[in-house]
Design a protein around this ligand. Structure first.
Ligand SMILES: *[C@@H]1O[C@H](CO)[C@@H](O)[C@H](O)[C@H]1NC(C)=O
Ligand SMILES: *[C@@H]1O[C@H](CO)[C@@H](O)[C@H](O)[C@H]1NC(C)=O
Length: 499
């Protein structure tokens, strides 16, 4: 009997590191989400609003980039009109109501309110727009969850260097202060930055995305450092001037692949997680603060070998460590997929680069179900494991899943999206049943939208939008009906339920 139990226990342990290839996950524990758990959907300004220069809005780095380099967007498109949520918010509201969403995560376009980024020059029409959005959501008992920065820096601020210049600390926190003053009486959940990994690696490292700065292994680390300082400063400002009266929560949204080891090597996984998640999560949410010790040590060593006088990623130092440590009421997680990791056998990437610093090879299992995008595979076990990792390594910090979703060509009969949502929402429930402190889930995304470099060729929406029509009606996909059922029952309905 004992040996049998032991055998089963080892079997289960083993199966956690070798991931199933069929987009399913077993239910464990309670079948209902806790009463307070909050389901909603997410979008971002540049991807849906359109009206890129309407009513006094200034240009952002994404407006400038898509206009100057249409050839870098797969279909030559841009977000000039997108789903036109600036003109047609009422349609989004109808969709949110139809879903029964309890919250709506959207982002504010900095340049709609402050066309040059400078908080002394306000654009009242932009302020009116977000007041309208927030008020209508609240009238319908949908809680606004606001992302302050979702990649659309004012062009006027990029001229100063954007996240490569420490000026961004004040530029961003001044902007944030205005948002607290304007909307903080009604907005109680704030996210400073969406996906710093993308902002910094793609924007200042590889240079694939605006502002197109190619400085791998240098620019990306400068960006991370300034962004963390801007985040910490904003958090302290809110605590000092607004928290008592407004009683809101402030977090940051990090994008993360969960990482598995085929050989069950936890050291490989932990090291890879320290680079991929820890670089941003550790300074804010760990007990000691600053960048993860192993990351600081390794990059300093490489920097010395390169003949530099100091590390490409210096410690945040005592002053900033204190400001940044603890500067998050919750951690926002954008989870889409996972990878296998193992140490690289040869130096990876160029010298220097983050790739070279990390020097980990990432693999997929060719049997994993793949989405239209080449980077998304359906791995619900990764989400459950990630939530447990956060529980164990980050003191059971409050977690909000701020994005999770599936990408296809836009079919209305989107069974694969339903499969993805079903298994991932089950993964969240399993994690909660196992003591993880997860309080909300935002499906990405409400409507089909501008998918950055992929333009309109890849769709994530629960609602379809015909980008060529002027009416831009929102048409529910099959998955919208499924998600509506999830929200109404606070459970994970069987797939066949609707049909
Ligand atoms: C994986 O590693 C864990 C922790 O070191 C160990 O308990 C478990 O038995 C290992 N599983 C396999 C299949 O090697
Ligand atoms: C969950 O997070 C909240 C906010 O940080 C905290 O107050 C609470 O103690 C956490 N719950 C558990 C069970 O750790």
């Amino acid at each position: 009997m004992w040996s049998l139990i032991l055998f089963v226990a080892i079997g289960l342990f083993g199966s956690e590191s070798f991931v199933k290839a069929n987009c399913t996950i077993e239910a464990k524990g309670n079948l209902k989400f806790p009463k307070k758990f909050n389901f909603g959907v997410a979008t971002s300004a540049y991807q849906i609003e359109g009206g890129w220069n309407a009513d006094g809005k200034g240009p952002s780095i994404w407006d400038e980039f898509t206009h100057n380099y249409p050839e870098r967007i797969i279909d030559g498109s841009n977000g000039d009109s997108a789903a036109e949520s600036y003109r047609l918010f009422e349609l989004d509201l109808q969709a949110l109501k139809q879903l029964g969403a309890k919250h709506y995560r959207f982002s504010i376009a900095w340049t709609r309110i402050f066309p040059t980024g400078d908080v002394h020059l306000k654009n009242q029409k932009g302020i009116d727009y977000y007041n309208m959005v927030i008020n209508k959501l609240r009238e319908n008992k949908i809680e606004p969850m606001v992302t302050m920065y979702h990649w659309d820096l004012p062009v006027a601020l990029q001229k100063f260097g954007g996240f490569a210049n420490a000026l961004i600390i004040d530029q961003f926190s001044d902007y944030a202060e205005e948002l607290f003053k304007l909307f903080g009486d009604r907005v109680k959940t704030w996210i400073t930055f969406n996906e710093p990994n993308n902002i910094c690696k793609a924007g200042y490292g590889t240079g694939y995305a605006p502002p197109l700065i190619q400085a791998p292994g240098v620019g990306d680390y400068i960006c991370f450092t300034n962004l963390l300082k801007a985040h910490g400063t904003t958090y302290r400002l809110y605590q000092k001037k607004f928290a008592k009266k407004q009683k809101g929560k402030i977090g940051i949204t990090l994008d993360i692949f969960y990482l598995f080891s085929k050989t069950n090597n936890t050291d490989d996984v932990n090291r890879a997680m320290d680079y991929n998640l820890g670089l941003l999560a550790y300074p804010i949410f760990s007990k000691s603060g600053d960048f993860p010790p192993i990351v600081l040590k390794e990059i300093e060593k490489s920097s010395m070998e390169e003949g530099r006088a100091k590390s490409r990623l210096p410690s945040l130092g005592e002053y900033w460590t204190k400001i940044i440590k603890g500067s998050g009421d919750f951690i926002g997680i954008n989870y889409y997929t996972s990878r296998y990791v193992k140490p690289a056998t040869e130096p990876m990437g160029e010298n220097p680069s983050m790739e070279r610093d990390i020097n980990i090879q990432m693999d997929v299992d060719p049997n994993w179900p793949r989405a239209k995008a080449d980077w998304v595979y359906c791995i619900p076990q990764g989400l459950e494991s990630l939530l447990k990792y956060l529980r164990d390594e980050y003191n059971n910090v409050e977690v909000k899943i701020t994005e999770n979703g599936w990408v296809d060509s836009g079919e209305l009969n989107d069974d694969n999206r339903i499969r993805y949502f079903k298994s991932h929402i089950q993964a969240v429930l399993n994690a909660i049943n196992d003591g993880c402190n997860v309080t909300s889930y935002s499906a990405w995304s409400l409507v089909d939208n501008f998918e950055w470099l992929q333009g309109y060729t890849e769709k994530f929406g629960l609602y379809s939008v015909n980008m060529k029509s002027t009416k831009k009606g929102r048409i529910p996909k099959k998955s919208a009906l499924y998600y509506k059922k999830v929200i109404a029952t606070r459970s994970v309905p069987v797939f066949e339920y609707l049909y």
